[in-house]
Design a protein around this ligand. Structure first.
Ligand SMILES: [Fe+2]
Length: 364
């Protein structure tokens, strides 16, 4: 059996016809001469280069159970994707307890879009279907005791530990995607139909000037989560992303940690740039979430965000976002303490803390 990550919670699971079982990797690419940015970023985030493809310039970075592939193949799908989008996430992989070939046939029968890219364009030997924005969605069945999807094509890098703990990231928690307005329903339906995903959260987030809607699609294993965003406002952050990325795709990659303080402090020491949080956010934490038990000075020092579930106010979530890191794509570091949400309470709390600051400065 695959080692279950420490989720800090019991996740909600439901009927799982394809045996979906977590994310395996995200694959990245960059235009010619820019892959060095990806290597430097992943090293600063605590990843170690563990595997290299036998015959192609593809490197597997690993930290805990998080795998990031850097695909520098000068030709093929990843190169074409990077030419169209700039530095990008050109694919990702989901694990299945059922044979991948069987899953592939089953999802094709349910309307999955096949990928026309040649087999030699694939980073690993696994069936692929189309993901959002035309990226590759790999269907992987070799992991844990079934071996490894890298076996055969990849060799260990000299001196590399097979599973470097890095700065404490343990697994990929969610991949949030940005969509063109009107596409949310069709993509939610795609994941629902193919793999029995369900919508566990729907948000309508209104900032001062712009807003967005978000549907949090979750797989039946309770771990593979793919929130979908769209916005009616042409100046929203979603549409800014779509312009810059030249299309739909992954907005942010959230990675789980069991100790967000230690993880973020180690990343900061290596120069990873995080979004700032206004000082005023920390003034009302004790009121917002009474009895949270967290170290507020350390939260504040690291600019970490805290949220609790609406029902009990007891199930906590700690999170922080990096600045845009790969084109318009950014990362989230998340620690769940029983909370299955995405930090919804922080949108409002951040909005209000900025207003308090504006009032202090006499703007409002
Ligand atoms: Fe997120």
């Amino acid at each position: 059996m695959n080692a279950q990550p420490n989720l800090g919670m019991q996740v909600t699971t439901f009927e799982n016809p394809t045996g979906i079982d977590g994310f395996e990797f995200v694959e990245f690419a960059a235009p010619p001469g820019r892959a060095g940015e990806l290597h430097a970023l992943f090293e600063a985030m605590g990843f170690g280069a563990v595997l290299r493809h036998r015959s192609r310039p593809i490197t597997v970075y690993r930290q805990g159970e998080v795998n990031f592939l850097v695909n520098e193949d000068p030709q093929g799908f990843a190169a074409d994707f990077a030419a169209a989008h700039g530095p990008c996430a050109c694919g990702f992989a989901i694990r299945f307890r059922k044979p991948a070939a069987e899953v592939y046939q089953a999802v094709l029968a349910k309307g999955a879009e096949p990928v026309t890219a040649k087999p030699e364009s694939r980073a690993v030997d696994a069936p692929i279907i189309q993901g959002i924005g035309g990226c590759m969605l790999y269907l992987v069945d070799r992991y844990g005791e079934q071996g490894s999807v890298y076996e055969g094509d990849y060799l260990p890098l000299p001196g590399a530990a097979p599973h470097p703990p890095g700065f404490g990231l343990t697994f990929i928690d969610h991949l949030t995607h940005n969509l063109y307005l009107g596409h949310m329903g069709q993509w939610a339906d795609y994941y629902e139909r193919l793999f029995n995903f369900r919508e566990i959260r729907y948000f309508d987030i209104k900032g001062a000037k712009t807003g967005l809607v978000s549907k949090a699609m979750t797989a039946p294993d309770g771990i593979v989560r793919i929130p979908l965003n769209e916005s009616a406002d042409p100046k929203s952050q979603i549409n800014e992303y779509l312009d810059q990325y030249h299309g739909e795709g992954i907005q942010h990659i959230a990675c789980f940690t069991d100790d967000i303080y230690a993880t973020v402090e180690a990343m900061r020491a290596k120069g990873v740039a995080f979004l700032d949080t206004p000082e005023t956010y920390y003034e009302v934490i004790d009121q917002r979430i009474p009895g949270h038990g967290e170290d507020v000075p350390r939260l504040k020092k690291n600019k970490l965000l805290i949220d609790a579930d609406r029902e009990t106010g007891k199930k906590l979530l700690l999170q922080i976002f990096t600045q845009n890191a790969i084109g318009p794509i950014f990362f989230e570091i998340i620690q769940r303490k029983g909370n299955e949400g995405f930090g919804e309470g922080n949108f409002q709390a951040l909005f209000e803390s900025i207003e308090r600051d504006q009032m202090r400065r006499g703007v409002l």
